[in-house]
Design a protein around this ligand. Structure first.
Ligand code: AGP
Length: 601
C-alpha cells in the first residue's frame, strides 16, 4: 500500500515529512516524493527507489511549513520517477493511496478537454479532474465535495491547492486517513506510525469527509459541506504495534485484508459485465493448452487454476513447480500459453522457467503482485493482483488474490467456450459481488477456527485430505500450517490413504478433511470414515451440512459458485494455522529458515 504524510505548522515541514515516510517504509514501496510550498510556489521532488534517494535531493532546512509526502506501492504504471507521487496539474498537487476504478473514463473525458498526462497513473487523472472541477466551482471545498461524487473506488488524498497556501486538504473513501494534532502543527497520514514521533492524538477521517487543516485548526466537513465535530483519539502503543494496525502479527492483518483485496483485484478487471472480461482477457482466446508454473503457494493456486480451467473451459492445463519445469523437457508449442504465478515477481526458479519458455518462443503470462518486478517485466503479458504489500512470509492475501484472477480467467474462458451459459453466468456474477461480504463473515467467525486450533496445536502431526480441487486446497492449508507452526503436516489425496499413508493414523491424529466438490463428496466422506474408524480426530471442512456426525468438528463454508469456493475454503484454514502457530509461540511473520522471496536457486 502507498503511504501518505502531510504537515502544516510552525516548524519546517521537510524533516517531519521525511521521518513520517520512513515510519511508513514497512508498507513496502518503490518510489517516494514530496511537495511543499515555498514563497507561494509548489515545489515537487520525487525519486524512484528508496527514501534515501529523495533525501539526497532535499534541503532539510528549507523555509517551508506546508507539505505532503508519499511512498508509492505501484498499482497503475511502472515503478519509476514519472509515476511517483506527488502529481501536479494546474493549481492542484496531490498524493494518493488507493485505486480510482473509473480513472480510464475520466482520462478520456479530460483528454477531450485538452488535458495532457505525463504519467500513466490514476492519481494524475484524479489531479486533473480536481483542476477541471475547480474551473467551474471556483471554491476548493466545493471542488472536493464534487470530486467525492465523481471518483469511484478507494482513495485517500493529501491535497495542496496553490490558491490557498495556509491550508492542507484531505479527502478519503475506503483507504484509511488520519488527521493528527500537535502543539507544533497538524498532520495527515495513512496511519499512526507516520506521526508517532510527534504526537499520538489523532482524528479518523471517515468516507467522503473533507478536511481543511491549518497550522492551528482542523475543520472537517461531511459530503454536504456541513462542518462536523470528530473525537480526538489517543494511540497508546509502540510504532511496531501501530504498523500492524493493532493486529498482533502482519499475517493476521493481511488475512483480515482479504475482503478488500478480493474486491480491489476483481474490480480492476471486471465491472460485472462479460465485456470487461473480454477487454482484459481476450488475448487468451487463441491458446489450446496452458502450462502453469510457480513455487510454493503460488504453485497451489496453479493447481486450483487447473481444476477450474479444465472443468469450466475445457482447456488442458499442466501445472508444475518451477524448480522442476526449468530443467525438464517441455512439450509446449505455439498453441501453448505458459502462465507464471508469483507474488514477489522475483522467485529465481519461476524467473528461470519464464526465461526458458521465452527462449523457446513460447507465449508467457505473469500473474504477479509486485509491479515492475522481474517476472512482470520479462513476461509477454502481465496481470497484476491488487494485494498491496504483503509483509508476512506466509502468503495469504496474495494467494487468494491470485485465485481471484484464476476465477476471472475461468469465467471468461468458460463463457466464450460456451460451457458457462448466460444463466450460469448471471448466477456467477452475483456470487462475485457477494464474495467480499462472505469473506468478511468467515474472517469475523475466527473464534470458531481458533477454538479448533486450541484442540490440536500440541499434536506433532496433522494431516489434510481432499479429492480433486479439495486436494489442491489441502496442499495450501498444509503448507500454511507447517511453515509457521513447524508441525509436520502433509496433504494427501483422500483416495490414496488406503495405499499406505493410513498406517500413520493413530488415536486422536487430527485429520482435516476438505469436501467442497459436490461430485466427490460421498467418496471423500467414505475416506473420512476410514480414518475415523482408526481413531482420527476429524475436522470436516465443507459447504454441505452432513446428515450424520462422522466428524469431530465442522467448519461450514457458505454456498457459493464452485469457481469461487476455494477462496472461501482456505480462509478458516489460514486462521487455524495462525492460531496453532501462536499457541506454539512461533515467529509467525518471520518463520525460521524462510524468506519472503526466494531469489536464489
Ligand atoms: C507461501 O506461504 C510461501 N511463503 C512460499 O511458498 C511462496 O509462496 C513461494 O516462495 C513463491 O513465492 P512467490 O509467489 O513470490 O513467487
Amino acid at each position: 500500500m502507498c503511504g501518505i504524510i502531510g504537515y502544516i505548522g510552525k516548524e519546517k515541514c521537510i524533516p517531519k515529512i521525511i521521518s513520517g515516510l520512513e515510519a511508513l517504509e514497512y508498507r513496502g514501496y518503490d518510489s517516494a516524493g514530496i511537495a511543499y510550498i515555498k514563497n507561494n510556489k509548489v515545489i515537487i521532488k520525487k525519486e524512484k527507489g528508496k527514501i534515501i534517494n529523495l533525501k539526497n535531493n532535499l534541503n532539510f532546512d528549507e523555509e517551508t511549513y506546508l507539505g505532503i509526502g508519499h511512498t508509492r506501492w505501484a498499482t497503475h504504471g511502472e515503478a519509476n520517477k514519472v509515476n511517483a507521487h506527488p502529481h501536479n496539474i494546474g493549481k492542484w498537487t496531490i498524493v494518493h493511496n488507493g485505486i480510482i476504478e473509473n480513472y480510464a473514463e475520466l482520462k478520456l473525458e479530460l483528454l477531450d478537454k485538452g488535458y495532457t498526462f505525463k504519467s500513466n497513473t490514476d492519481t494524475e487523472v484524479a489531479c486533473a479532474k480536481l483542476d477541471d472541477l475547480y474551473k467551474d466551482e471556483k471554491d476548493i471545498l466545493k471542488t472536493l465535495k464534487k470530486a467525492t461524487t465523481i471518483f469511484k473506488g478507494s482513495y485517500a488524498f493529501g491535497i495542496i491547492c496553490s490558491d490557498d497556501s495556509s491550508n492542507l486538504y484531505a479527502i478519503r473513501n475506503t483507504s484509511p486517513l488520519i488527521i493528527a494534532t500537535s502543539d507544533e502543527g497538524n498532520f495527515i497520514a495513512s496511519d499512526v506510525p507516520a506521526i508517532l514521533n510527534y504526537t499520538n492524538k489523532y482524528i479518523l477521517l471517515d468516507d467522503c469527509e473533507i478536511a481543511k487543516i491549518s497550522n492551528n485548526s482542523i475543520n472537517i466537513y461531511n459530503s454536504s459541506l456541513e462542518e462536523i465535530k470528530k473525537d480526538i483519539l489517543t494511540f497508546e502503543g509502540s510504532m511496531e504495534v501501530a504498523a500492524k494496525n493493532g493486529y498482533e502479527h502482519f499475517m493476521l492483518k493481511e488475512i483480515n485484508e482479504q475482503d478488500k483485496v478480493f474486491k480491489d483485484t476483481i474490480n480492476f478487471y471486471f465491472d460485472g459485465t462479460i465485456d470487461s472480461l473480454k477487454n482484459n482477457f481476450s488475448f487468451l482466446d487463441k491458446y489450446k493448452k496452458i502450462d502453469i508454473v510457480a513455487c510454493g503457494s503460488a504453485y497451489h493456486t496453479g493447481l486450483i487454476g487447473k481444476y477450474l480451467i479444465e472443468n469450466y473451459a475445457n482447456i488442458p492445463v499442466n501445472v508444475e513447480v518451477a524448480s522442476e519445469y526449468r530443467y525438464k523437457k517441455c512439450f509446449y508449442d505455439k498453441d501453448t500459453l505458459v502462465i507464471l504465478v508469483s507474488q514477489s515477481g522475483e522467485t529465481a526458479d519461476t524467473l528461470a522457467a519464464l526465461r526458458k519458455a521465452k527462449d523457446d518462443n513460447i507465449d508467457t503470462l505473469a500473474i504477479v503482485n509486485v509491479i515492475g518486478s522481474s517476472i512482470a517485466r520479462e513476461a509477454d503479458k502481465v496481470i497484476y493482483i491488487k494485494a498491496g504489500c504483503e509483509i508476512a512470509v506466509a502468503t495469504t492475501k496474495a494467494y487468494t488474490a491470485q485465485l481471484a484472477i484464476f476465477s476471472l480467467i475461468t469465467t471468461y474462458l468458460g463463457f466464450i467456450n460456451k460451457i458457462i451459459d448466460e444463466y450460469e453466468l448471471t448466477n456467477l456474477l452475483d456470487d462475485f459481488k457477494k464474495m467480499p461480504k462472505e469473506i468478511k463473515k468467515i474472517i469475523d467467525d475466527y473464534k470458531k477456527y481458533f477454538d479448533i486450533a486450541d484442540k490440536i496445536f500440541k499434536n506433532k502431526q496433522i494431516f489434510f485430505i481432499g479429492r480433486g480441487i479439495d486436494y489442491a486446497i489441502s496442499m495450501e492449508a498444509s503448507l500454511k500450517l507447517k511453515e509457521i507452526s513447524y508441525i509436520n503436516s502433509v496433504a494427501y489425496q483422500a483416495g490414496e490413504l488406503k495405499h499406505g499413508t493410513i498406517s500413520l493414523i493413530e488415536k486422536n491424529t487430527p485429520v482435516i478433511a476438505i469436501a467442497t466438490d459436490k461430485k466427490l463428496y460421498e467418496k471423500t466422506v467414505s475416506n473420512i470414515k476410514e480414518v475415523k474408524s482408526r481413531g482420527a480426530n476429524v475436522i470436516l471442512v465443507s459447504n454441505q451440512l452432513p446428515d450424520d456426525k462422522f466428524y469431530d468438528d465442522l467448519i461450514l463454508i457458505p454456498q457459493i459458485h464452485p469457481i469461487l469456493v476455494s477462496i472461501l475454503t482456505i480462509i478458516p484454514l489460514q486462521l487455524l494455522a495462525y492460531k496453532v502457530a501462536k499457541n506454539n509461540n512461533c515467529d509467525i511473520d518471520k518463520p525460521r529458515n524462510l524468506a519472503k522471496s526466494v531469489t536464489v536457486e
